[in-house]
Structures are given as structure tokens and as C-alpha cells.
Design a protein around this ligand. Structure first.
Ligand code: AMP
Ligand code: MG
Length: 408
């Protein structure tokens, strides 16, 4: 495992892109290589382990793009053509008899000898059953040629592609019943803090319900990870040590909380006893403190505990890390530039990820942007990125990262 990078000079905040680059480098140095073969239908959210190479041409034979008539263009002189066969999708046609046309339907193979399909709207069937065409015709019109989409031997999906409904459909179109994917990443999720209790229990004085646990467990499951839910760690060193030992073999320990300045950081102490842990002060809001290191050789990422901070740092840092561990190259969410529908008067020294929405094409933000307020994110459709040091007037461009980009 490579050493964890040090933050910049004392007092300096680490830019988001520096933190991301470091995490991605750590991920690339600890790739998960084990694979499993799954039915295509079970591959949602998983990462392809090997290039998917086509073993067939797609379409496998020329087929009709229209309901209409197939003909040999040179046979059309303006004289009506008799219909010599009817070809439905799924049938194997006979060679087209010269001087005739074939009734043909969408997706049906174009018969040998035909080089043109005319749609039925431009054809007139006479009383004697023969057909005339009312528009001028071109060779190859309305024919989807063999191999138009894909030819044998082409790499259709590269190793490292994340699989979703579209990729699964594409693999199926090529006849794949199974795919080889990277095995699930095993992630232990730890919540820290004496104030936390689980929903379902009555709330005692000074207590709050643990929201990060279910937030992260659910999110990780969506990302195709196998979650080891390690529960709440009390603010107590022996108990923390014990729980860490019990975690067993995982690919990542992901914790929340316990990284605020001045806090008795029992998790950090216990982790450092058998590993290495750096505290990064990030130029990100909500967020800022993040720990990164390893414990007994297992990578560790510690996210800040406030739920909106957990959300933002997971979305922008931990999620890309987890994807890169599986060999995914495109790990960063798409960011759209949209006009701001709000004013930002005070430039900050951290990059803000405001929970916002699009209204009439403009980004608007939730009224309360406190890092403790998860409702802001439930209201939001995306994260509105305001760069450090910048102010905004109405209509100025801001980055907008749809939450849908990061949630899956
Ligand atoms: P900490 O980093 O432990 O100081 O936590 C920062 C804030 O986040 C405190 O207000 C904590 O009570 C809160 N917090 C920490 N962990 C959780 C959690 N799992 N669920 C909800 N709030 C949390
Ligand atoms: Mg705490």
C-alpha cells in the first residue's frame, strides 16, 4: 500500500481535486482483480472485468427498417410488380424472384436479390394485387445493412465499464447470457459517536438517531458493494479496538464522524495503533475533515459525521474511489453549467456544494445549507458547485451535479 499523502502546508486546505487525485491513486494501487461470472440480468451496477468482444455482426443480416415492399430497384420501370412472397420478422425468406417484389415487415430479413425497401405508405396495391410505387426510389433505402451496428471482433464494451440497463441490453443483443464482472467490493461501515442510537429506540437526552449508517449502507448497495454494517462505535478506546479486530477481511473501512477538531478521536487512535491515518483538511463545504489511511493493510476512509457532509464527501470522493478500485475510468459525475438563480455575495475559502434544484433552468438552493441538515438533500435535485473565492450574481454560471449522477 502506498503511503498516504500529506496535506499541504499547515493551515492550508487541500483542494478537492488534489484529494480526489490522491484517493484515485490509492485506489489504482489497490485494484480488486477477483472476478465472478454472472447472468447478464444480475450485472446491474457491476463492473465488466474483460472487454466484451462481439462474436456476431449486428444486425446479423440485412433487414427492413419499414413495413413495405422489398424489390430489386432495376426491376422497377413504372410497370406494376407482382408480390411473390410475404416476409415477417423471424422468417427466412427465399431469394426474390426477378420482376417481382416482396411484402416485408419491420425487422424481417431482406431477401437475396432485393436492394431496396419502399414503405407501404408510398405503395399502391392495385385490384389485381400488383404494386406500384408513387415516389422515386434509391438503392439500399430502408435497409439496415448487416453489421451496421457492430461487426464480429469489435470491442463493444471495454473492461472497466459499469453495467446498467443499457449495457445489459447491449450484451443481450450480442447473445451474451453471462458476463465476467469484478467481485463486489466489501465495505465495512462504521458510525462513531456516543450520541448516536438506532431508529426504533426511544431518544434519550443528548441523543440523535444514526442517519449516516442507513444512508451509506443503502448507497453502497446501489453501487454494487457488499456492505458489512459494523454498527455504532462508542467513544471508547477498548471497545473501538475490539470492534476493529472483529471486522475481518474487507476491502475498505468507511467510517463517519469522530474527525471534528478537538474531539476525542478514539477511532483514529485505534486505527493508528495498527496502521497509518492522515487527516486531510479539505477545501470543501460541507465537509472539510477527512481521514485516509490503512489499518492492518485495509484501506480506511473516514468521512465527516454531519449527514450533509457525509453525503457530499461520499459522492465526490469515496464513490469515485470505490469505482476506481474496480477499474472504472469514468468515475467523476457529469457537471452541467447552469445560470444561478441566487446571489452569492461572500466568497469562501472552500468549494461549496450547495443542495439545490433547477427551477426554470436556473439553480436555486435550499434555504438551510447547514451541514447537519439532510433535508436539504432530500429537497434537492443536485449539488450546486460554487468555487472557492468566487461570488455570484443572478444568471452567473455555476456547476450543477445532478444527484442522480452520483447516487447510482
Ligand atoms: P463528529 O465528526 O463526530 O464530531 O460529528 C459531527 C456532527 O455529526 C455531530 O453533530 C454528530 O452528532 C453528527 N453525526 C455524527 N455521526 C452521525 C451519524 N451517524 N448520524 C447522524 N449524525 C451524525
Ligand atoms: Mg462524534
Amino acid at each position: 500500500m502506498k503511503p498516504v499523502g500529506k496535506p499541504g502546508r499547515t493551515g492550508e486546505l487541500m483542494p478537492v481535486e488534489v484529494a480526489l487525485a490522491r484517493l484515485l491513486a490509492l485506489a489504482a494501487a489497490a485494484p480488486i482483480r477477483d472476478t465472478e461470472t454472472l447472468p447478464v440480468a444480475a450485472c446491474e451496477g457491476r463492473v465488466l472485468a474483460q472487454d466484451l468482444v462481439s462474436t456476431l455482426d449486428l444486425p446479423p443480416w440485412p433487414n427492413s427498417a419499414m413495413d413495405g415492399y422489398a424489390l430489386h430497384l432495376a426491376d422497377w420501370t413504372g410497370e406494376p410488380l407482382p408480390v411473390s412472397q410475404r416476409i415477417f420478422a423471424g422468417q427466412a425468406p427465399e431469394e426474390l424472384a426477378r420482376g417481382t417484389c416482396a411484402r416485408i415487415f419491420t425487422g424481417a430479413p431482406v431477401p437475396a436479390g432485393a436492394d431496396c425497401v419502399e414503405m407501404q405508405e408510398n405503395a399502391q396495391v392495385q385490384a389485381d394485387g400488383r404494386v406500384v410505387f408513387t415516389q422515386s426510389l434509391r438503392v439500399q433505402q430502408n435497409i439496415r445493412p448487416q453489421g451496421q451496428e457492430t461487426t464480429v471482433g469489435e470491442v463493444v464494451l471495454a473492461a472497466g465499464t459499469r453495467l446498467g440497463p443499457i449495457e445489459q441490453g447491449l450484451a443481450a443483443s450480442l447473445g451474451c447470457a453471462t458476463l465476467e464482472v469484478i467481485r463486489r467490493v466489501h465495505v465495512a461501515v462504521l458510525s462513531t459517536g456516543d450520541e448516536l442510537i438506532e431508529p426504533g429506540q426511544p431518544l434519550g437526552p443528548g441523543q440523535i438517531y444514526n442517519s449516516n449508517r442507513v444512508l451509506l449502507c443503502s448507497w453502497l448497495t446501489r453501487l454494487g458493494c457488499e456492505v458489512l454494517d459494523a454498527g455504532i462505535l462508542p467513544d471508547d478506546l477498548p471497545a473501538t479496538r475490539q470492534r476493529l479486530v472483529e471486522l475481518g477481511d474487507v476491502d475498505l473501512i468507511l467510517s463517519t464522524g469522530g474527525v471534528s477538531v478537538g474531539e476525542a478521536d478514539f477511532l483514529g487512535i485505534a486505527l493508528r495503533e495498527e496502521g497509518e491515518l492522515a487527516l486531510w483538511k479539505l477545501a470543501i463545504k460541507p465537509g472539510k475533515p477527512l481521514t485516509c489511511g490503512h489499518y492492518r493493510g485495509v484501506p480506511v476512509i473516514g468521512l465527516p459525521g454531519n449527514p450533509a457532509s457525509t453525503l457530499v464527501t461520499f459522492a465526490l470522493l469515496a464513490r469515485p474511489y470505490l469505482l476506481r478500485r474496480q477499474g472504472v475510468q469514468a468515475v467523476e459525475p457529469l457537471t452541467f453549467q447552469v445560470p444561478a438563480g441566487f446571489v452569492w455575495a461572500k466568497p469562501g475559502n472552500r468549494r461549496e456544494y450547495l443542495r439545490g434544484r433547477l427551477e426554470q433552468g436556473r439553480a436555486v438552493i435550499y434555504k438551510n445549507q447547514s451541514s447537519g441538515v439532510l433535508r436539504s438533500a432530500a429537497w434537492a435535485e443536485g449539488l450546486v458547485e460554487v468555487r472557492e473565492g468566487s461570488t455570484l450574481a443572478q444568471g452567473d454560471e455555476v456547476g450543477f451535479i445532478p444527484l442522480s449522477e452520483v447516487l447510482g
